[in-house]
Design a protein around this ligand. Structure first.
Ligand SMILES: *Cc1c(COP(=O)(O)O)cnc(C)c1O
Length: 434
């Protein structure tokens, strides 16, 4: 058992933080900071967990699709492909990245509440597996594009089941009020289903919903699946169309800090399968192939970020600031949502963490923080700070604000490390400047 929030983080014989068995202070020396580290075996483990559980508990072609907005670079698509896991994309940039890595995009699902005509044309042309159509204008435009290209595109329709994942209230107006999808209660879901069935450019495969993110209970997913199965049954009765696929999106929670619970993904999948089978029998519809789109839970706990401490500022009786050579540019989640993180001074990992401080980035923004009032080992200039559970929505949300180059990504596997994404250079920063 690790004393840290991540099992793959331990203290080695030198009293340093080891990540997947490798001394992090050595990695900081070799590759520089800020540095994002990924435990490749952990990502593969997660991919296998989803794949095997879905094979075990669901029918035929049921499968996980990695939600690549969580972390998108060429190597991650190769890992998913090798593990037999599909992917989803929310932009042509992600589709392009996947294609460039040799990923088979017929195993990819394309999302977005406002796909442009160019987006749709590109996705259809490269042979994307499914397009999750968000609204009627998109459906019409896609139908035209498919006719032009002489293709019949397989689609799913984005449905809003009306679940608030945090209060678990069904049909809460809050969740019907969404920029995404077509609500069942307003009749818009039925309307777009009818429109899709009469559109010759597309082949309707089934329905999609996504209730939210960082959810630790199975109940919201179970409720959503029940509402979706009822909708499938209702559409069968009214139109004769029986959905072959039900895509339940992503959202399983991740333990970022020790107060967060453990979430048993396999158990959640089992519970979902039991409920969906019950519903299929109750409503007399066939069991659809199930898709899940885990993003965060696939990669978050496979990543940490290393920084170098530049200064320690103590404001008497107020606050201690430990400033690092990264910040909101590589991890904007605290600035955006006050997301909680735990951290350790990697070169003092065996020492007691009894110094309460806030971690500040180097941008010209007071809000540029990674954490506030967390316990840390007593820090000084030159120390290496490691922030845990940064694999998801960190690098993918990174920016060049203040013209700071994005960090490198280094993967660690079998005691060896390798660059997966190079550190940006100043030359990269001005590449498009004329
Ligand atoms: C964000 C998103 C996901 C992934 O959510 P996680 O919470 O990271 O698992 C999956 N599907 C859709 C449509 C999304 O928008």
């Amino acid at each position: 058992m690790s004393e840290f929030v991540m099992e793959n983080c331990t203290v080695n014989a030198s009293g340093h933080l080891a990540f997947a068995g490798v001394d992090t202070t050595e990695l900081a020396k070799e590759y520089g900071t800020p540095l994002m580290l990924l435990d490749e075996e952990k990502i593969r483990e997660n991919a296998r967990l989803y794949k095997n559980a879905m094979k075990k508990y669901f029918t035929g072609n049921s499968r996980p699709l990695y939600a690549s907005k969580a972390l998108s670079y060429k190597g991650i698509y190769r890992i998913m492909q090798e593990e037999g896991v599909g992917s989803d994309a929310v932009s042509c940039g992600e589709i392009y990245t996947a294609k460039s890595a040799g990923f088979d995009v017929s195993n990819m699902v394309f999302h977005g509440n406002n796909k442009t005509g160019d987006d749709l044309r590109y996705a259809v042309r490269v042979g994307i597996g499914r397009i999750v159509v968000d609204g009627e204008e998109e459906l019409e435009e896609l139908g035209k594009i498919c006719k032009e290209q002489g293709i019949r595109q397989k689609i799913q329709l984005r449905i809003t089941p009306g679940i608030d994942p945090h209060t678990h209230k069904a049909i809460s107006t809050g969740r019907v009020d969404s920029k995404f999808g077509n609500a069942i209660v307003t009749g818009q879901a039925e309307k777009i289903t009818r429109a899709a069935l009469s559109n010759e450019g597309v082949e309707l495969m089934g329905f999609h919903c996504h209730v939210g993110s960082q959810i630790f209970e199975t109940e919201p997913f179970v409720s959503a699946s029940a509402i979706m199965m009822e909708f499938i049954a209702d559409m069968k009765k009214k139109t004769g169309f029986e959905a072959a696929e039900l895509n339940l999106g992503g959202g399983f929670g991740v333990r970022y800090v020790k107060q967060h619970p453990y979430f048993d993904y396999e158990k959640a999948i089992e519970e979902l399968s039991v409920k969906i089978k019950e519903q299929a029998i109750r409503y007399g519809v066939k069991m659809p192939d199930i898709m899940l789109e885990p993003g965060r839970s696939m990669v978050a706990a496979a990543g940490i970020t290393l920084y170098t401490v530049g200064s320690v500022k103590e404001i008497p009786e107020m606050k201690n600031y430990v400033s690092i050579d990264g910040g909101m540019t590589d991890n904007p989640r605290y600035a955006l949502y006050q997301s909680q993180y735990e951290a350790v001074i990697a070169n003092k990992a065996a020492e007691k963490a009894d110094y309460i401080c806030s971690i500040a980035g180097r941008c010209c923004e007071s809000g540029d923080l990674i954490a506030e009032n967390i316990p840390l080992q007593k820090a000084k200039k030159g120390d290496i700070l490691a922030v845990f559970v940064t694999g998801a929505y960190n690098y993918s949300m990174a920016s060049n604000y203040n013209r700071l180059p994005r960090p490198a990504i280094v993967t660690v596997k079998d005691g060896k490390s390798a660059v997966a994404v190079k550190r940006e250079s100043y030359e990269d920063l001005i590449r498009n400047d004329v």
